[in-house]
Structures are given as C-alpha cells and as structure tokens.
Design a binder for this molecule. Structure first.
Ligand code: FAD
Length: 357
C-alpha cells in the first residue's frame, strides 16, 4: 500500500505540473456523430490548452464517423480505439477502455489528459460515473460553465441543482483530481464550428473488456420528426390531453404544422399518453429551442428545469380567465405568450391557422 500511495502521490505531483490538455469523448450512433458532442468541444476549448477527441467503436463505426470528427475546428488530434467488442457502446466495456487510455495516453499526446468532456446525454450519464468511480476521481455532471486557472491548476464549474433553482459552484484541483471527468449541458455551450482541414488521427490499442454483462437487444423508438434535444421548435403536451389517442390527435398536427419535435410532461408520460423518450424536465430531456409550446402543462418546477431556457415560450392552458397567472398554471409566469383557452378547441384552430399562413 505504501508503494501505491507513493506512486499516486508522484502521479498527482506530475499532473499538477502539466499544462491543461482536454479530451472529448465522441458520441456516435449508426455511423454519425451526435451533434451534441460539438457543445462538449466548446466546453473543452474553454479550459485552454489543447483539445483532442477520442472515437471508441467497431472498425466500421470508427471509419464512418471519422471524417466528420476530423473536421471539427481546433482539434489537436483524433484518437481512435477500434474493436468489435465496442459495439453497442456499453458502459461496462467503454469505461474501462477510456480509463486505460487516460492512465497511459500515447507518447505522441501532448501530455497527460487533464480533463475529459462529453455531452450530458444518456451515453455520458451511463459511462462517466462508472469511469470516474473506477479511476477514483470526481465526476462533475451537467455543467453550465467552466473556467480553468493554469497557474493554480484549478478548474471552476457551475451546475444546476434543485431542478435548476440554485446553481452550484464546484472547484477541482489537479492535485486532488488528476483528471476532471465532466459532462456538459448542451444548451449552455454553443456548438463548435466544423469545416476544419482535418486533424491528425492516431489509432490507440485498448482492449475491449469482457465481463459478465452481455448485450442482448435494444428497442429504439424511431421517428421522422426532428430530434427533441436538438430541435429548434418543440411542442409539448401534458396531462390535460387525457389519453394517448387525444395526445396524438392534437399534438401531431400541431408539430407537423410547425416542423417541430414533440415533447411531453412527466404526467403525460407516466399516464402512457406519450413515450418515455419524449419527457422534458429534470428527469427527462433538457431543451432550449427557439420556440417551446406547452399545451395543457401546468409548469411544475421539474418541468421548467427542462425547458425554461427556451427562447420563446408559449403556454396554452385553460387556467381561469380572471386570474390567468394564478398558481394553478405557473407556466404563465415564464411564458412570453400565453393563451388562456381550452386546448381541445384552441390547438386545432391554431394548427389550421399556422397551416394556412
Ligand atoms: P398537471 O400539473 O396536472 O397540469 C395540467 C395542466 O393542464 C393544468 O395547468 C390545467 O390547468 C391544464 N388543463 C387541464 N385541462 C385543460 C384543457 N382542456 N385545456 C387547456 N389546459 C388544460 N415533470 C416533468 O414534466 N418532467 C420531469 O422531468 C419531471 N421530473 C420530476 C422529478 C421528480 C423527482 C418529481 C417529484 C416530479 C417530477 N415531475 C416532472 C413531475 C412534476 O412535478 C409534475 O407533476 C408534472 O410536470 C405535471 O405535469 P402536467 O403539467 O402535464 O400536469
């Protein structure tokens, strides 16, 4: 134990002297990079120092995503780790591979990695806590900002807590945390630009761990609509829709008329009116579209936590005409435009007007 403690101390001491160097974990699916990764790149750049990326996947996956990744502006290097064992991106396989890479990055890297970033999506939520735990370093999740001080080797982050009602400031230092494992709230950072001339690529050899966890199958919800997390317009339905049939009959034409993604409150999801993947809020997706239309949603703080950064918020709710801002519908307190009406008449009428416009 004393030897490993000394080793640990030496590593911490060495890390405390190195310049900041960030790595971005590239999320991909079906041979395409998930655009939310570009927000993580912007956060990584805010640290200062160089920024590299790593693509972990099967030979085929890496080959099809690589061109897109290389073109991200400002990357010092793109590392690839290929193995058929990385298929399906399981945390049990990818976390040990990342940890092996981070513990001994190739000699061609500009130095040990000080920060690892990814977008705060289901993928990072799955892999990063396991990775940070296994490396005995902190996991800083869902950050809104990052500021690194090279002279003290410390990094300050902010992240929302209590459903976004308070902002927590976190400070880590290289001495205590040799690597910052950080996931990024995509709505808080712009996308990094693409179109670069192509970063250098280096293949690294890391084993795909084999263990008791096996991939069996996955069931994906397919939709031709825009992706909820990235859509510029979102229309969300709540408990007031009263059934799955009515949810679809009211919300789908409205979404079609606006070219919008469909979201839902947790009450609508729990009642089975809408699919789980559509939930917006503290325990669902966080969105910040140009336009967010809340239909029959009261505006509980847990729902607001997922949409209050939207640029234009429209609420349609039958809250009392005499007191439209009453406590029954707190959504009106953050709405830029509110329509006090019965959704079953107002929304079809609105849909027709939008189509005719
Ligand atoms: P309600 O609060 O019942 O509101 C329905 C609204 O519809 C009312 O304002 C009513 O005036 C209006 N209405 C009724 N009939 C009509 C009509 N005919 N026309 C127009 N308006 C009408 N919630 C989320 O949404 N996302 C989350 O991620 C989430 N996470 C949570 C996490 C935790 C730990 C907890 C405790 C709760 C969470 N919730 C979440 C639940 C949240 O507290 C609310 O219960 C939920 O958001 C309410 O959904 P709603 O607005 O659809 O329903």
């Amino acid at each position: 134990p004393s030897i490993s403690r000394n080793l640990l101390r030496n590593t911490h001491a060495a890390n405390a002297k190195r310049p900041a160097s960030s790595l971005v974990y590239i999320e991909h699916k079906d041979g395409k990079m998930n655009d939310s990764t570009l927000h993580a790149v912007t956060a990584a750049k805010a640290v200062g120092g160089d920024v590299s990326a790593i693509v972990v996947g099967t030979e085929g996956e890496v080959a099809s995503v690589l061109d897109e990744v290389k073109k991200i502006d400002g990357l010092a290097k793109v590392f690839t780790a290929k193995s058929e064992g990385f298929a399906h991106g399981m945390a049990e396989v990818n976390a040990p591979a990342l940890s092996a890479f981070l513990e001994s990055p190739p000699s061609t890297a500009s130095g040990p990695i000080s920060h690892l970033f990814a977008a705060h999506t289901a993928v990072a939520k799955n892999i990063f806590p396991r990775l940070a735990g296994s490396m005995n370093v902190s996991h800083v999740a869902d950050i809104l900002s990052v500021k690194h001080d090279e002279s003290s080797k410390s990094t300050e982050y902010t992240r929302p807590i209590y459903a976004g009602n308070a902002i927590l400031q976190i400070k880590t230092s290289a001495e205590k945390d040799r690597i910052g494992v950080v996931s990024v709230r995509t709505t808080a950072f712009d996308k990094a630009s693409t179109g670069g001339s192509g970063a250098d690529v280096e293949e690294v050899k890391v084993e795909a761990a084999t263990g008791p966890t096996k991939f069996i199958s996955e069931e994906l919800t397919t939709s031709t609509r825009p992706d909820l997390s990235a859509a510029s317009r979102v229309v969300s339905g709540g408990r007031a829709l009263k059934s799955a049939d009515q949810f679809n009959a009211i919300m789908e034409p409205l979404a079609d008329s606006l070219g919008a993604a469909i979201g839902a409150s947790r009450a609508a999801v729990d009642a089975g009116y809408a699919d789980n993947s559509l939930q917006v809020g503290q325990t669902g997706k966080v969105v910040a579209p140009e336009l967010y239309v809340a239909v029959g949603i009261s505006g509980a703080i847990q729902h607001l936590a997922g949409m209050k950064e939207s640029k234009m918020i429209v609420a349609i709710n039958k809250a009392s005409r005499d007191a439209p801002r009453d406590a029954d519908a707190p959504i009106f307190q953050i709405a830029d435009a509110g329509l006090v009406a019965d959704l079953f008449t107002a929304v079809p009428e609105l849909t027709e007007k939008i189509k005719a416009a």
